[in-house]
Design a protein around this ligand. Structure first.
Ligand SMILES: [Fe+2]
Ligand SMILES: [Fe+2]
Length: 267
């Protein structure tokens, strides 16, 4: 499994590529719904609803198997089952001798998408994330759709800091709700801090790629950002049509899951 060559990277996350017009229409509609509906109050309500983890318990494998049925509307680059994306991400890390906790992180980073299993629409599960409760950066994807968000009319939420204090730390920021934040809370007792940052902020492109929202970041965020940036190419550029065989790699990942995680996870 190879990370794609440098010259091909520019074709990923290119939302305007004409050869993918249909896929791009789906993605655009996805972000219209996402930006319109992800208000600050929506996020607070979803946290209250989900972060008690009292719905069900599942083994990590059961969650992975569910993901096989899901195709992510926010992603212009992949129409493969999610499990293939997770194996490709993790195998690329493994081939580069990344630490084993990072390989594990690659393998599980999207299992929070089981939120779809609980009936959540895709706009409340996947896609790039952004801070709610403060002004929107124009470097978020499709920023024009924030005009549809009712928070854009709440002046107290549209100052640079909004409900936050300068350098309050991303741990205190209410990001738009989705699989990243959900899985972070599920796994925060089990994985090292860089792994938790990779999980929680891997879709926060305005921060890790565009260097926006620095006024909300503290020293820990600055220290952890390079880890999130190190994670990102594996998430993006390991996507390819070669479908890895789960049976070939299953024993390795079973061992890795057992090393770091409990047998059953609470959802
Ligand atoms: Fe993700
Ligand atoms: Fe991913």
């Amino acid at each position: 499994m190879m990370i794609v060559a440098e010259e091909k990277k520019s074709t990923y996350r290119d939302y305007a590529a004409p050869q993918r017009a249909n896929a791009v229409d789906t993605v655009r509609e996805f972000y219209r719904l996402n930006h319109q509906n992800q208000t600050h109050d929506f996020v607070l309500n979803k946290k209250a609803e989900y972060l008690g983890f009292n719905r069900t318990t599942m083994t990590p494998w059961a969650a992975l198997e569910f993901l096989n049925t899901l195709v992510d509307d926010s992603d212009p680059d992949i129409a493969l089952p999610q499990i293939d994306h997770l194996i490709q991400t993790a195998e690329a890390m493994r081939a580069n001798n990344e630490p084993d906790w990072m390989v594990l992180t690659g393998f599980i980073h999207d299992i929070g998408k089981v939120l779809c299993l609980f009936g959540e629409p895709q706009w409340a599960v996947v896609g790039d994330t952004f801070p709610t409760g403060c002004a929107y950066s124009s470097k978020n994807v499709y920023p024009e759709f924030f005009a549809l968000n009712p928070d854009s009319l709440r002046t107290t939420l549209q100052t640079l800091l909004g409900v936050y204090c300068e350098k309050c730390g991303l741990e205190n920021v209410h990001m738009s709700w989705g699989h990243d934040e959900y899985l972070y809370h599920m796994l925060k007792a089990y994985l090292p801090l860089p792994a938790l940052y990779m999980i929680r902020f891997h879709s926060f492109y305005a921060w890790h790629r565009e260097n926006e929202y620095q006024h909300l970041c503290n020293a820990q965020d600055d220290e952890m950002k390079p880890w999130v940036q190190r994670f990102n190419p594996y998430d993006l550029y390991s996507k390819n049509p070669n479908r890895p065989k789960l049976s070939d790699v299953k024993p390795y990942y079973e061992e890795l899951l057992a090393k770091y995680l409990p047998t059953e996870l609470k959802f």
